[in-house]
Structures are given as C-alpha cells and as structure tokens.
Design a protein around this ligand. Structure first.
Ligand code: PMV
Length: 326
C-alpha cells in the first residue's frame, strides 16, 4: 500500500515491566488487579499510519506489509475510536514493527500505543496523554504504559475512566540499560491474556501476588527516586519470579521458561557473583531481559556470546513516549 496524503503517523516504543501486570478484574475493559511499573525502551518501536476514508467498505490493515484486515482485535479497537469520534468511515492502517531481528519482541504494547495515537488523531480527536493511555489500554494492557517515555506506572483504577498510565520519570536519570536476549521467535503457546486469566482463576497464590505487588511497587518507586540501581534491579527480578510462580501454580500449570532462559538466568547469577551488577526479568515468553549499568554491557555481552549469537543480544537504553512523526 502506498502512503498518500492524509495519513497520520505515530511512533510508540515498547516497554518492559519491572513490576508486572498479571491478571485483570475486568476482562472486557482490561482493568488490572495491580498497578505495574515499566521502562520504555528506545530500540523497539512501532510506526503506524492511519487514514479514515469513505471509499472503504471495511478496514484495510497491514502489519509489516502483511494483510491482517481480519484481525477482530484491531477492528474492535477501531470501532471504539469511531464511536468516540462519532464517525462511521473505515480505516487504512499501515504498521511497521521496528525490531532489530525477527525477534518475538515485537510487542502489542508499542503496537496499540501507536495505533491509539495515530487513529484517534486521524479520526479528528485531540486526546491528552492520559486519554490516549486509557484508549491504548483497550487494545492491550501493557500499551497503557507505552504512551509515556522512561519509567511509567499504570494506575489500576476500577473503571474505564480511572485506569491509565502516568509518567514516573522521563528522561530517566538512572544509568539503566536493558539487554534483551532473544531465545525464541515462535509465537507463544499460551498468550498473556489466557495465561493471566488461568492464574487469576486457579493459582492459590494469586491474592498473595496482588498484595506483594503493592509492596514491590513502593520499593521500586523509592529506588527510582533515590537513583538506587541495585534495589530497583533486585525488586524487579523478584517481582518477575513471583509472576512466573503464578503460572507454575496454576491448574493446569504452565511456564514460559525454556532451557535457554534458565541458562541466561544462571549467567546473570554468575556475573553477579563476580561483581557485575545485573538483574533479569522475563515476560510471557522465554526471552530474558537483563537490567544493567552502561559500564557492564561489554562484560555481560562477552559472557552471553559464549553460548548465544551476537544477533540474539540487543542492548537498549530508555526510550521516549509516543510521538507524531508527520
Ligand atoms: O498487555 P499484555 O496483554 O501483552 O500483557 C503483558 C503481560 C506482561 O508482559 C507479562 C507484564 C507486563 O506488565 O507487561
């Protein structure tokens, strides 16, 4: 599809949660049970262009030049925008995921944040960041935070109106980097949507998770304020493990770790024993993300390349919030 005039283009970066969102109290509106906190990354982003047109008889949606017009998730999301803007035209949507490899890191977070911004503006709406964040949330929970750069928090709220992201610190003052170790580019077997629902419904530890997240969040926010890298790293690592404990304690149990994930986790521990300050986090897939300071990137990469290829290791700095780029 050739981009002619009249398209609105937005760029949003993906984010990695340090305090995870895992479980909803409202599945339709995507209202979570706990607040979460993330770091937006500069390396991974999505560019999305949108134009509404009365020449279309259905939405025409392309992702990386592949026709995905049948995606009900995206069509439903566009319906929300049409309703808000009181328009009935269908949309041309052209989206590109910019990830360094075909990595399995292309996140729904950057995708729905970019789509929320581009489509709402193309529909004639002028939304504040807070309103954009609420809108992005309807596509994917983690997209709520990708409207913002640096450290962002998703305030859980109770309704469509009070569940949104806020900026905690941007630009980030802490020297913090994230090294993504790309271990698998297969689509995940159990989506985050299905996985979190099963954890909420069947893990006997679920209530403990919700309680613990409140404690973890306060510690993480204090660490950010005090520029305390080690405390932030430690709490992020334990929070990730607590989230994964909910998958292993669900019925039927499931897990996102594979053998390589365990190997990276062990490398992080060995590096730490040897004085390198680094910590790991993991989401709903086997890739491991390592949190580290700039001075240690070389050492960590050297340790990882003993087992993994260069292309599997992607270093990212904190990234900015959603922007319009045309
Ligand atoms: O927004 P979703 O449905 O892709 O869920 C994201 C879940 C985690 O990535 C595991 C945690 C988080 O807070 O991003």
């Amino acid at each position: 599809m050739h981009l002619s005039n009249g398209f609105i283009t937005a760029r949003a970066h993906t984010n990695i949660a340090l305090i995870k969102y895992w479980g909803k109290k409202n599945d339709d509106l995507i209202i979570p049970n706990n607040n979460s906190l993330s770091l937006t990354l500069d390396e991974f982003y999505t560019d999305t262009s949108v134009k509404f047109s009365n020449e279309l008889s259905k939405d025409s949606i392309f992702l990386d030049d592949v026709d995905i017009s049948n995606s009900t998730k995206i069509v439903n999301f566009l319906d929300i925008i049409r309703e808000k803007a009181s328009i009935s035209e269908y949309a041309y949507v052209k989206s590109y995921n910019n990830v360094p490899t075909s990595a399995g890191l292309a996140s729904s977070a950057s995708g729905f944040a970019a789509l929320a911004a581009a489509a709402s503006k193309a529909a004639g709406l002028q939304l504040t960041s807070k309103e954009l964040s609420k809108l992005a949330r309807r596509g994917s929970g983690s997209a709520t935070r990708s409207i913002f750069g640096g450290f962002a928090e998703w305030i859980k709220g109770n309704t469509d109106n009070d569940s949104y992201g806020v900026e905690i610190e941007n630009p980030v003052t802490m020297d913090i980097n994230m090294i993504a170790v790309v271990l698998n580019d297969q689509p995940k077997k159990i989506s985050s949507r299905v996985g979190m629902k099963r954890s909420v419904e069947t893990s006997p530890y679920y209530n403990a998770w919700v309680k613990q997240c409140e404690v973890d969040l306060i510690k993480a926010k204090t660490a950010i304020k005090e520029n305390d890298f080690n405390t932030l790293g430690k709490i992020s690592e334990s929070n990730a493990m607590r989230m994964h404990a909910l998958t292993m304690s669900a019925e039927p149990a499931f897990m996102y770790f594979n053998n390589d994930s365990i190997q990276v986790i062990n490398s992080v521990k060995t590096l730490r024993e040897n004085g390198v300050e680094c910590y790991f986090t993991m989401d709903a897939g086997p890739n491991v993300k390592i949190i580290c300071k700039s001075k240690d990137i070389k050492k960590i990469k050297a340790a990882l390349t003993k087992t993994f290829n260069d292309e599997q290791i992607v270093v990212s700095k904190p990234g900015c919030g959603v922007q319009f780029i045309n």
